[in-house]
Design a protein around this ligand. Structure first.
Ligand code: ADP
Ligand code: MG
Length: 499
């Protein structure tokens, strides 16, 4: 179905302030039936506020929301739901201890005011929607036992049971593998055919362009761009988001051919994880390791860093064989690791930036007599804070208050303070906005230029292409390709990942 002309949703001149902060300034936007509309913008640009206004959760200071032609000056969450607006938040808001079927159909069953809710009716209703979308889901399983991708589909099915005309999804692809993204997109296309308008918030610009017909970009609460997706490239959207030209080209300088090998891994294996992995990393080099979720890419990093040590094989750091059985072994060998889940593994959330930065390197600040050299500690913290452009009022700010990009900088800074020979980063820019992403990649380049060997574990293909000298592709625990020079190309990487 091609989008018809009467908008199912129309936001007009919406202004929203919080205290003195303008979260939205005169934003107007239309959503057509059967359209996939991407809402892009850096962190803090106003995306969530706009979604809250559309769903009646927040009231605008001025401006209106019209659904199906009906103007609401004071839209309530109930009005929004009854008019067919459904939002799927990142946590999906499902009941973990109910079955998939119950999550899909129970609320609507209750809403129909029946005194007794029938298991049979719930199951039948859930089966109907699932079949309608051409999905296969274990409807009798408890949601808690199902993978993330299935939970998301359950949330979509629930929205459909509730007669969604407008479905809004916040960062729907963040936790998905490529195959799962494909499956989600297939479902989204089916929704389109039924005339549902889908709006999705995403940082992954290449994905956005695969599925959207229209793109709207917010910057500092202002709508800076709204038009056909076909007028855009990932680069032009990034530019609209940041207001700056954002580079997408390969920006890798050559590694000196005689640069010393800092890390050499030979025949590394771990049962159930990966098999016979070998590679070398030179000083000044950024090496990408990629593969689908579950391919073993993270397990390789975790073995080198001693989190889950390898069963066999050798690891040399700076030419010396190192037996890495624990994180401590890895750290003393000169290896640093920025984990994928930095908020739970990499940082003390309720402690200041300053304390986080030096927590793991305190010993190096002791004088010969064992006292802490406070001045050197202070200088070092100030230096890291500035060098990594951490955006916070000061170094005393608690880490929990930082945005994703800034928290990530704190973890990286923490490691830089230990001056590692080899720095391994797992998903360094996951959940980070475009501007921060660019800066984080810039920091990695600086480190490489200063002689550190950098390993980036990532499935963000554009990021690998821009920043890596070489890319290893892992499939089912084995390195199936080693790409360098011109071979480091998005299509080639994608092809090998799926192989
Ligand atoms: P995004 O979802 O694009 O990251 P938000 O809509 O969450 O952006 O935020 C837009 C701006 O409004 C930010 O400056 C944010 O700090 C501010 N803001 C959002 N919600 C609140 C709130 N409840 N109280 C105060 N400020 C808020
Ligand atoms: Mg948000």
């Amino acid at each position: 179905m091609t989008p018809s002309d009467a908008p199912v949703l129309e936001v007009r001149d919406v202004v929203k302030t919080y205290g003195g902060v303008h979260a939205l300034r005169n934003v107007s936007l239309q959503l057509l039936p059967g359209e996939v509309h991407c809402l892009a913008g850096e962190n803090g640009s106003g995306k969530s506020t706009l979604i809250k206004i559309i769903s009646g959760v927040e009231k605008p200071d001025s401006g209106t929301v019209a659904i199906d032609g009906q103007v609401h000056a004071h839209l309530t969450p109930n009005d929004a739901i009854h008019s067919g607006v459904q939002v799927i938040y990142q946590d999906f808001s499902l009941f973990p201890n109910l079955t998939a079927a119950e999550n899909i159909a129970m609320l609507s069953e209750l809403a129909q005011g029946r005194k007794i809710s029938s298991r049979r009716r719930i199951s039948a209703e859930a089966r109907r929607v699932v079949a309608d979308l051409g999905l296969r889901l274990d409807l009798e399983a408890d949601v808690i036992d199902l993978p993330v991708a299935d939970r998301q589909l359950i949330a979509i099915c629930r929205a459909l049971v509730n007669d969604a005309k407008v479905l809004i999804m916040d960062e729907p692809t963040t936790a998905l593998t490529h195959t799962e993204v494909d499956r989600l997109f297939t479902v989204v296309r089916r929704l389109q055919v039924r005339g549902v308008a889908v709006m999705f918030v995403s940082h992954k610009l290449d994905e956005v362009l695969r599925i959207s017909q229209r793109v709207t970009v917010l910057r500092n609460g202002e709508l800076v761009e709204s038009g056909p997706a076909s007028d855009h490239t990932a680069r032009s959207i990034a530019k609209a988001m940041t207001g700056r030209e954002v580079s997408e080209e390969r920006l890798v300088s050559d590694v000196a051919p005689d640069a010393p090998i800092l890390l050499q891994v030979e025949n590394l294996s771990r049962a159930g994880g990966f098999t016979d992995v070998s590679f070398a990393l030179r000083a000044g080099e950024i090496l990408g390791i990629t593969g689908l979720l579950g391919s073993g890419r993270s397990e390789i990093a975790e073995a080198i860093f001693g989190i889950h040590p390898a069963d066999s094989g050798t690891i040399r750091v700076g030419g010396k064989v190192r037996r890495i059985r624990s994180i401590r072994d890895a750290v003393s060998a000169g290896i640093g690791y920025v984990p994928e889940d930095r908020l739970t593994q990499g940082l003390f959330l309720d402690v200041s930036i300053a304390d986080n930065l030096i927590a793991s390197s305190l010993d190096s600040y002791r004088t010969r007599t064992g006292l802490l050299d406070r001045r050197r500690v202070r200088d070092s913290i100030t230096d890291l804070f500035r060098r990594l452009r951490i955006q916070a009022p000061n170094v005393g700010a608690v880490v929990r208050s930082l945005s994703g990009g800034n928290a990530q900088r704190v973890v990286i800074a923490k490691w830089l303070d230990r001056k590692p020979k080899v720095l391994i980063l797992n998903g360094p820019t996951v959940g980070v906005d475009v501007g921060s992403k660019e800066q984080i990649i810039g920091i990695l380049r600086e480190q490489a230029a200063a002689g550190v060997g950098v390993v980036v574990i990532s499935d963000d293909i554009p990021e690998l292409v821009t920043s890596c000298h070489r890319v290893l592709v892992v499939h089912e625990g084995r390195v199936v390709a080693e790409l360098s020079g011109d071979q480091v190309d998005a299509h080639e990487i994608e092809r090998r990942m799926a192989a």
